[in-house]
Design a protein. Structure first.
Length: 314
């Protein structure tokens, strides 16, 4: 005996438009608020990594300049620079630091003009030395480090000094406590000018946010970005470093609509699950550009990076 269900509707048509409540009309889903452009910055050479761990690490001004130019050609809008001694140690002599920077930057400006943003660390022994470096006009951006070794008055003085000389401070965050220090010392005091420009460097140094696996990477990145957005929803956020996680972290950051810094300063490894060593900054930039385009984002130009930060375009 067949049971009758007189109140049951007929089967829905296989053709749209469907009339059931939750629908399958994907055009009703809103577009995500992901910026089209992504700033891709190349970190050519850094403090802690030496040739004992990566034999391809550049030391001399000629080597650093060559790597930087290759990165610009590969699609980097911005270059982040340090200089080294012949032994690969941190250069602390102010005059030598500035001399070597000129050897790197002057030929870059001659070839590319202002189609690249120059960013560099101002980590010299005294504030007087730091002022002398910033006053050269070689840098357009420079990090101010809010980590536990930075006294509040020094951090505030560095930030004021950079802004007075037209250099945009990047608020450098290595771990959770750094965010709190930056908020109290720079933001609540109205010292740092908006838009706020954060640069997040997890797993970079002892005391930095650890990223030992994929779950730690995702959870800690989302936590930090949410806190920055709570401080100021219009914050500009760049993500970098993270040691082994670097290539995966930069991909995650671009998926979240953030900007990225990649290169030999931040890691020696190409991927977190393998021991392959980076042998070229430009290769990393090219791979990052490919990933950005694959997810529908376009590498920013130098002037687009400047406009994003409120800097004068060239």
């Amino acid at each position: 005996m067949t049971t009758q269900y007189p109140e049951m509707p007929k089967r829905l048509s296989a053709e749209p438009p469907w009339d059931f409540e939750f629908g399958l009309d994907l055009t009703k889903q809103p577009k995500w608020n992901i910026p089209e452009i992504v700033v891709i910055e190349a970190a050519i050479v850094g403090h802690p990594i030496k040739r004992t761990t990566n034999p391809h690490h550049p030391y001399t001004p000629d080597e650093i300049r060559k790597e930087a130019m290759e990165c610009i050609d590969a699609g980097a809008a911005t270059i982040h620079l340090h200089v080294r001694t012949a032994e690969g140690n941190v250069e602390t002599d102010r005059d030598e630091y500035i001399k070597k920077l000129h050897l790197i930057i002057d030929p870059i400006r001659e070839k590319y003009g202002y189609n690249v943003v120059i960013d560099g660390c101002d980590l010299l022994p005294t504030l007087e030395d730091e002022v002398a470096l910033i006053e050269t006009g070689l840098f357009e951006l420079s990090p101010v480090n809010a980590f536990f070794r930075s006294p509040s008055k020094l951090l505030q003085a560095e930030t004021r000094m950079m802004q007075e000389n037209g250099v945009k401070p990047q608020i450098a965050i290595y771990a959770d406590g750094d965010l709190d220090r930056a908020k109290k010392w720079l933001i609540d005091t109205n010292i740092v000018e908006k838009p706020l420009y954060w640069i997040y460097l997890p797993s970079y140094t002892t005391g930095g946010t650890p990223m030992p696996n994929e779950f730690a990477m995702i959870e800690s990145l989302m936590w930090q970005v949410r806190r920055m957005r709570e401080i100021d929803p219009a914050s500009i956020i760049m993500v970098c470093s993270a040691g082994r996680a670097s290539s995966y972290l930069s991909t995650m950051a671009m998926l979240m609509g953030l900007h990225v810094r990649v290169g030999m300063e931040d890691t020696i490894y190409r991927w977190p699950h393998k021991d392959d060593i980076i042998d070229s900054n430009a290769k990393v930039i090219a791979e990052t550009v490919t990933i950005a385009k694959a997810i529908g984002r376009r590498p920013a130009t130098a002037n687009e990076h400047r406009a994003l930060l409120g800097l004068s375009t060239r």
